[in-house]
Write a new protein. Structure first.
Length: 664
């Protein structure tokens, strides 16, 4: 088990006593270290499986960890007994067991963003902000931890009161309620402290204040807490989501006598790519410091190519040219990583016109699709008849004649809407529609397999017929998605309650939650944020220009360090080839811009870069962009050669009076 680890990894696995921070650079095998460490603890009989709490940030990471642990167990222990999952799934498990202590029933519902908007909309009279704005605002408050309990605002208080009335929690409440529980009930906290003898945290640099408070509670007043946090301060890129880099930077101050072990051997990229990334990230002051080095046998490699093109259209064409020369036709190992989603359009158009297969990652996710959310709302109302938010979503799907006035009449009864519908005084036509709707829910679903129960409900309610009769062009695709949900997802669960718990977490996860089969042979176009944790043979990084990357906001407010960490993440996604490009002019939001090349290009060490012919770049003026580096040959990225062609076709030229141009 330990024989496949390098010295750094082995030390991290065998250091089991006391607080430990494992600084794990990109591609250094952090998941292997985490899973092997858990297996080592259990095989050494330091704890039982249920004494281990392993926390991740995404369902995908949790599933990967669980699968590896199953392989490592060798039948000596059951990996399913380990508390392994996301912060929210583990806190949800704690909250289910102790719900009455925070004023909830154990069968509470987890509301997603659409549900939250619906609740807020019902409470708003007149406001300059949209329900979506309030959802984001309330999430930030709750991600702050226990300080949220001291925050009071008329709408915020009314919103939380309505959630309590509906026996529901939002995503932020899941951790916040556990913090309340631990704070108000020391006996409950003590029980979990005694249970979790070893705590492991993945992607520690992404923790927000609420998550950090949870870790502090679980290790509070313990003489030597066995907490191991694995993360990379150089990959902290989610401050906009509440992540606090200070948590990893201050680890030694938070946990006394903490040890720090650095994993610096990278098994992904060539040394030129790693050295370019290292030279860039050294410009950041807020970091603990480490340098990635290539594993034995992965030295050298191609330099990081720097291309400067006349326009964004030329940029997309040159990238498409390079992709078309891909001899293997395996396009899935190529990625175009962009700073923001708006930059994808020009590549989509170019790839489509050239017949290059591609996948736009970050498009509508499976659990975000309207029909999937409708089905989940039907099932939630079946299992939880008090769920007014789900009632409001589906009462008009298919149309049943219940408008705003009818709904207000049901609300005025003070009952939950399903109960109000049963007793309301309605016209004969409306009563017939109401009874038909109610009858769809009146069957013994608990005794049926979940897939059969879901199918019965959708057929009896008329929802499937609604799409079968629809003239919408996308109706067949929606029906196909529903069938996929029934056969490939719901069928895997023992009960509908289990599926709904899974769905609630998937609808708030940042993974691409699609569980449908897709053609994977396509160039990936995605934001750099979405690419974190992924790797590709070839990575194209377009639009490295001042105002775009780093963006204007970070330049204005002095937060360029996070943008630089994002650039570091982008470069280290590449295994063998990394191509960075910028254009002299670019159309953005309907107007043409003239941006200077990104400062991140100038900050990298020339020794690991290849400009046109290897010529050293000039210094740039970021105020006016009046000096442009020579462009790399537009025909194909290549290394400098003593016998390279002296053709000037495709090269950029600069003239003191006439300005810039390109040789045709």
């Amino acid at each position: 088990m330990l024989e496949n680890l390098n010295n750094e990894q082995r030390l991290a696995v065998e250091t089991t006593d006391g607080p430990l921070l494992v600084l794990s650079g990109a591609g250094t095998g952090k998941t292997r270290v985490l899973t092997t460490r858990i297996a080592y603890i259990l095989n050494s009989h330091l704890a039982m499986p249920w004494n281990v709490l392993a926390l991740t940030f995404t369902n995908k990471a949790a599933k990967e960890m669980q699968a590896r642990l199953m392989d490592l167990s060798n039948g000596d222990w059951d990996s399913r007994d380990i508390w392994c999952g996301t912060f929210h799934s583990m806190c949800l498990r704690i909250l289910r067991s102790n719900a009455p202590l925070v004023g909830l029933q154990r069968n509470f519902i987890v509301y997603n963003e659409d549900d939250q908007k619906s609740v807020i909309k019902s409470l708003l009279s007149v406001s300059t902000k949209s329900p979506a704005d309030y959802v984001e605002e309330f999430a930030k408050i709750k991600d702050g931890g226990l300080s949220a309990l001291k925050y009071h605002d008329k709408l915020y208080d009314a919103y939380n009161a309505e959630l309590l009335r509906l026996n529901a929690v939002d995503f932020g409440d899941i951790i916040l309620h556990v913090l309340r529980l631990f704070d108000a009930h020391p006996d409950v906290l003590s029980r979990y402290q005694n249970q979790f003898k070893y705590i492991l945290v993945d992607e520690f640099q992404d923790t927000n204040n609420a998550q950090m408070e949870l870790l502090k509670f679980l290790t509070r007043d313990i003489a030597v807490p066995n907490i191991c946090c694995v993360g990379d301060d150089d990959q902290s890129i989610y401050s906009w989501r509440g992540a606090e880099i200070r948590h990893i930077l201050n680890f030694e101050q938070t946990f006394n006598d903490a040890q720090i072990i650095r994993l610096e051997t990278n098994y992904r990229s060539t040394s030129n790519i790693l050295n370019a990334a290292n030279s860039l990230i050294r410009h950041n002051r807020g970091r603990l410091g480490k340098d990635l080095r290539a594993a034995v046998g992965n030295d050298g490699g191609e330099p990081v190519y720097i291309l400067t093109l006349p326009t964004d259209r030329d940029e997309s064409r040159i990238i498409a040219d390079a992709i078309m020369r891909n001899e293997t036709q395996d396009f899935s190992n190529i990625a175009v990583l962009i700073r923001s989603g708006g930059l994808s359009r020009i590549f989509e158009e170019e790839f489509s016109s050239r017949g290059i297969p591609y996948r736009l990652i970050g498009a509508t996710k499976f659990y975000d699709r309207m029909e999937i959310r409708d089905v989940i709302a039907y099932l939630r109302l079946l299992v939880h008849p008090f769920d007014d938010v789900s009632f409001l979503r589906i009462i008009g799907k298919p149309r049943r004649g219940f408008g705003t006035k009818s709904i207000e009449g049901l609300r005025s009864s003070g009952l939950h809407l399903m109960d109000a519908l049963r007793t309301a005084a309605l016209s004969p036509k409306m009563r017939s529609a109401a009874d038909q709707f109610l009858s769809a829910f009146e069957f013994d679903w608990a005794s049926m397999p979940p897939r059969e129960a879901a199918n019965t409900l959708l057929e009896h309610s008329g929802y499937m017929k609604m799409w079968a009769d629809s003239k919408d062009a996308d109706a067949p695709e929606r029906i196909s998605n529903i069938r996929e949900l029934l056969s490939s997802v719901i069928a895997r669960y023992d009960t509908l309650e289990d599926f709904l718990e899974h769905a609630a977490l998937m609808m708030t996860d940042d993974d691409d939650a699609s569980e449908t089969s897709q053609n994977n042979n396509g160039v990936r176009i995605m934001t750099i944020h979405a690419a974190k944790g992924l790797e590709f043979d070839t990575v194209f990084l377009p639009a490295w220009e001042e105002g775009i990357f780093p963006n204007e906001k970070s330049i204005a407010d002095g937060s360029v360090e996070e943008e630089r960490r994002l650039a570091y993440v982008a470069i280290t996604r590449a295994r063998s080839r990394c191509v960075i490009s910028n254009s002299m002019s670019r159309v953005m939001y309907g107007s043409r811009q003239y941006n200077s090349p990104s400062r991140f290009i100038t900050e990298m060490d020339n020794r690991f870069l290849d400009f046109q012919g290897g010529t050293p770049r000039q210094s740039y003026s970021y105020a006016y962009g009046n000096k442009i580096p020579r462009s790399y040959d537009a025909s194909r990225p290549r290394k400098q050669s003593a016998s390279h062609s002296e053709s000037y076709v495709g090269k950029l030229v600069s003239h003191s009076e006439l300005g810039g141009g390109v040789v045709i």
